[in-house]
Design a protein around this ligand. Structure first.
Ligand code: AMP
Length: 453
């Protein structure tokens, strides 16, 4: 199947050509014709499969086929895309801008973590397609800034993750504002029972498209292995591991935000240029970090699961599970960050003996035993501090990030130019004090779940 076969308008075909796409991906081949006919769709596909274009292209097609939008105040929101995180929403917005560049349609994204005023302005100026996270959307609905009464097409993206994040009540509420007579496109990487139930309530006799089973093809290009590493040694082990590998860009997953910050500090001490991305960071900091990672200025991105969801960077060669995920299907999402666009990738997991049961659950899910390997590099665990020594958090307090930062690989900027953050600002001090009061070390295995929005 070729893009020409879909019968898309010249405006959209030109935009696809500008993106350099030659052939549709499997999800696009199956989803675009169905969605162009106005039918409901239940798609099981992961990020990286090309699913954004699989819904964005037919949405653009269907809206433009039905006539050009009214000007100014008469413009109404005609399509709504709901996505779990700010990052994913902003990536989806970029896709609409790209594929819809030659159409008269206007687009806006609304998500939390940034002031509302810019988003209000975009809505007032008229948007045909709105991409939104559930929380901020509900805020704007409650303030009567958003009117969903004229929605013709609804897209739910990464529905499983939205339910994991506890957005079901918001989604239900949002649905009550959307006309029943509409087209609904529903995407989820996995289809557990709660997702299936939601799909059943929202979809009307949908076409089912199951492109890639979670256990599927992408995983075949990923070399997966396990290192048994005590929790307390994982930081040093990570430094040795990355030192022994030739990697383009690596993403390291930790279970908690606090854990992510600690790993960044450890890597920077070893002159590996890392940045964290998680829900405690401001939206602008997250965006700056992502841009740096995309431009290869940041070599290692340390992320919590939710913040990393939907990150679409093709050159990630290594995924490191610093902590094993509590839910086995999260493992699939994590390793799917590598081996994109037909490339190969490596996914390694650092397993503490307390995480064996999580490993077994993952192996059950991927339906194979993952090889436990011995490191090919020399690894000397850091000695535990003497009683008289400073507490574990001390090195983090002493060494400021800007002094640890290695020179970015490909930028013309001086070492320490990126990120632009004060080395001893108030909030950082508070964070270090938090380290101290919580005892500092002890790994990331305990405690609070991370959240991205
Ligand atoms: P997604 O699953 O939507 O996050 O897309 C993953 C990546 O595939 C993005 O970098 C897209 O730009 C890219 N992509 C989407 N469709 C195609 C296509 N037909 N040909 C080549 N690349 C594509």
């Amino acid at each position: 199947m070729k893009f020409e076969d879909f019968g898309l308008s010249t405006a959209i075909m030109q935009a696809i050509a500008t993106k350099g796409y030659v052939t549709p991906t499997p999800i696009q081949s199956q989803a675009i014709p169905v969605a162009m006919r106005g039918e409901d769709l239940l798609g099981s596909a992961e990020t990286g499969s090309g699913k954004t274009a699989a819904f964005a292209i037919p949405v653009l097609h269907n809206l433009t086929e039905k006539g050009n939008p009214a000007k100014g105040q008469g413009r109404r929101i005609r399509a709504l895309v709901i996505a779990p995180t700010r990052e994913l929403s902003s990536q989806i917005l970029d896709s609409f801008y790209a594929y819809g560049a030659n159409t008269p349609l206007k687009f806006a994204a609304i998500y939390g973590g940034v002031p509302q005023s810019g988003q209000e302005r975009a809505l007032r100026n008229g948007a045909d397609v709105v991409i939104a996270t559930p929380g901020r959307l509900m805020d704007l609905i409650n303030q009567r800034i958003v009117d969903l009464g004229h929605i013709e097409i609804l897209v739910l993206d990464e529905a499983d993750r939205m339910l994991d994040m506890g957005f079901l009540p918001d989604i239900r509420k949002i649905m009550s504002y959307i006309p029943k007579a509409r087209q609904t496109l529903f995407f989820s990487a996995t289809m557990p029972r709660n997702v299936q139930i939601l799909a059943d309530t929202l979809l009307n006799n949908p076409a089912r498209i199951n492109v890639e089973q979670p256990k599927g093809a992408a995983a075949d290009r990923i070399e997966q292995s396990i290192f048994m590493v005590p929790q307390k040694d994982k930081g040093s082990f990570l430094v040795s591991y990355l030192g022994s590998e030739s990697f383009n860009s690596a993403i390291v997953f930790t279970r908690t935000r606090h854990g992510a910050d600690k790993v960044v500090m450890r890597l920077r001490r070893a002159k590996i240029y890392a940045e964290a991305i998680h829900g405690d960071k401001s939206q602008s900091a997250r965006q700056r970090t992502l841009d740096g990672f995309r431009n290869r200025q940041v070599n290692v991105l340390v992320a919590t699961d939710i913040a990393a969801r939907g990150i679409d960077v093709d050159h990630i060669t290594h995924v490191v599970n610093f902590d094993l995920p509590r839910e086995a299907d999260t493992y699939i999402h994590r390793i799917g960050r590598t081996a994109r666009a037909g490339a190969k990738g490596k996914a390694v997991s650092f397993c503490d003996s307390s995480e064996r049961s999580l490993l077994r659950a993952i192996e059950k899910m991927v339906n194979k035993k993952l090889p436990v390997v011995q490191p090919k590099f020399e690894f000397v665990p850091e000695a535990a501090p003497e009683k008289s020594e400073a507490p574990r958090s001390e090195p983090y307090r002493k060494v400021t990030p800007s002094r640890q930062v290695a020179a970015p690989r490909s930028s013309g900027s001086a070492p320490g130019d990126f990120p632009r953050r004060g080395s001893k600002n108030k909030s950082q001090k508070t964070k270090y004090n938090k380290f101290k009061s919580s005892g500092g070390g002890g790994g990331n295995s305990g405690g609070h779940r991370s959240s991205g929005d």
